[in-house]
Design a protein around this ligand. Structure first.
Ligand code: NAP
Ligand code: MG
Length: 499
């Protein structure tokens, strides 16, 4: 095939690595040291997406006809492959996107866990049998694949989030075109290489690296792509949903969050402080579930704030490969500017900056995109820094007087991903569980830390009602087929024939 290459170019179509139609390329950098270029990848365009979709279409009938347990074997072996390469891939991921080695190991572990979980689903690909109202008639439901699926992912979980999409999509019998983020394209190449290692038939999984504006748009708008699974920002998600609506294409969206941790007066203060610091500043706050609002009861506010600031003061920023580092870089210079802009907006709105608020440029950090862990106080719930997703190491302290007020503030944003409450009070616990309008709720645990056997997703602008992971993961990638078999030997009319 023209442009075929021995090296992993980033474009993998029909079982071959290709140079890419345009000949253009981009580089992947280390956000802790922008002088370190990690690799060059092809900038895929609409022609590359076209080839990938055609390869997916061609592979679909045979893959859809392959027994589910056999498809599941591939997923299992991807998990085993990732397990063997966990340390190597974790180091690559830390260099490519910045988060600490402990966190990148966890990212890969999550992908391994999910692969094993989904592989099990291959022998539990259940439908249901239902009674018929007519005699001599048998009814059941089956899951059917959808067709060619497009998967578009963000950079903050470079291997775990793609696995949340690729494993159930492929298990269900779909074929896939995967468009990874440019910022972590090398991690995507390594993940796809693990799928290839399992002997996946050509065309079942295709990869097109390149920008969202070119490769992403082309994938979303391709008429032969029957479903789009997207995780990313609200603005891009809304745009994709609009395009998919025009084409009557299924779309699942996992978007942003404005998550909160509620600290009640009876909370274990030490635990709540640790949870807040971890939830707000792990991955430099670049998690969709990051604790970007900390709601603290006015009675314990002073004590909590003092301890939180002491904890933040001990956080070392730097290269995630250093085991003492807790504050990783933000992903790129554009994100750095966005976060610093939000800090200025917070100050202008009248919030009080308690710590941080600046870019870190000394002590070996000058070549990276580092921002000091930032805590605002005196934040009112309607300020922009309390309403909009910042996606950086910035959190906002908000006071409340009672649980009703805390829940009203918690629910008072356009997002609804993750909420947490720290309390020992059983009534407050269950009031919070029932009234928090979030897809993920924690009691005495931080807002971050999803487990693969639980459904993941949120309410309101966080998504469009789908859930990833958990037993629900297959719903995103299957159609339900209702089947009835009449063995009575006569024409029976539902709702009309009495016997
Ligand atoms: P993003 O800018 O929306 O990008 C996400 C993906 O979409 C990337 O692969 C991007 O490609 C692509 N893209 C951009 N424009 C596109 C277009 N017009 N058409 C098709 N694809 C397009 O988000 P991000 O900055 O990577 O990730 C951060 C966001 O993801 C945050 O808002 C965060 O909350 C959200 N997130 C949500 C969850 C969840 O499950 N709820 C999980 C993690 C992250 P390029 O990067 O190559 O341009
Ligand atoms: Mg990078």
């Amino acid at each position: 095939m023209a442009g075929e290459s021995d090296i992993r170019t980033g474009i993998y179509v029909g079982g071959r690595w290709l140079a890419g139609h345009s000949g253009r390329s981009f580089e992947s950098f280390n956000p802790a040291d922008r002088d370190e270029a990690l690799g060059t990848l092809a900038s895929g365009d609409a022609a590359d997406v076209e080839a990938a979709v055609q390869a997916s279409k061609a592979a679909y009938p045979a893959w859809a006809a392959t027994p589910v347990p056999r498809r599941a074997d591939h997923i299992l072996r991807v998990g085993l492959g990732l397990e063997r390469r966990k340390e190597e891939l974790a180091r690559l991921m830390t260099r490519e996107m910045g988060k600490t080695l402990r966190e990148t190991r966890a990212d890969i572990q999550e992908a391994i866990d999910f692969a094993f979980y989904m592989a099990g689903e291959g022998r539990r690909f259940f439908g249901q049998t239902m009674p018929s109202e007519l005699p001599g008639k048998f009814s059941m439901t089956l899951r059917a694949p959808i067709g060619v699926v497009g998967a578009i992912t963000p950079w903050n979980f470079p291997i775990a989030i793609p696995m949340w999409k690729l494993a159930p999509a492929l298990l269900a019998g779909n074929t896939v075109v995967f468009k990874p983020p440019t910022d972590t394209a090398l991690c995507a190449v390594e993940l796809v290489a693990e799928f290839i290692e399992t002997g996946l038939p050509d065309g079942v999984l295709n990869l097109v690296t390149g920008s969202g504006a070119e490769a992403g748009e082309a994938l979303v708008n391709h008429p032969d792509v029957r479903a789009i699974s997207f995780t990313g920002s609200l603005d891009v998600g809304r745009h994709i949903a609009t395009q998919c609506a025009q084409a009557m294409k299924r779309v699942s969206l996992e978007l942003g969050g404005k998550n909160c941790l509620i600290v009640m007066p009876d909370a274990d203060m030490e635990l709540a402080v640790e949870a807040a610091a971890w939830g707000a500043f792990a991955t430099a706050g670049q998690r969709c579930t990051a604790t970007s609002r900390i709601l603290v009861h006015e009675k314990v506010k002073a004590a909590f704030t003092e301890r939180l600031l002491a904890r933040v003061a001990r956080m070392k920023a730097g290269d995630g490969l250093d085991p003492d580092v807790e504050i990783a870089p933000v992903i790129n210079e554009a994100q750095c500017v966005t976060v610093l802009d939000y800090i200025e907006i917070g100050k202008a709105e009248g919030a009080r900056l308690l710590t941080g608020g600046t870019r870190l440029t000394e002590g070996g950090l000058e070549k990276g995109s580092f921002i000091a862990p930032t805590v605002f106080d005196a934040v009112s719930p309607t300020m922009r820094i309390a309403q909009e997703e910042i996606f950086g190491p910035v959190t906002a302290l908000i006071d409340f007087a009672d649980l009703d007020e805390a829940i009203a503030i918690a629910n008072g944003t356009n997002y609804g991903l993750s909420a947490s409450i720290y309390t020992r009070d059983i009534t407050a616990t269950f009031e919070a569980i029932s009234r928090l309008e979030f897809g993920v709720v924690y009691v005495n645990a931080p807002t971050i830390g999803a487990e693969v056997q639980l459904p993941f997703g949120g309410t309101k602008c966080t998504g469009n009602g789908h859930r990833e992971a958990g037993p629900q993961a297959l719903d995103e990638f299957t159609e339900w087929k209702a089947v009835s078999v009449d063995f009575s030997g006569r024409l029976q009319r539902a709702q009309m024939d009495e016997e």
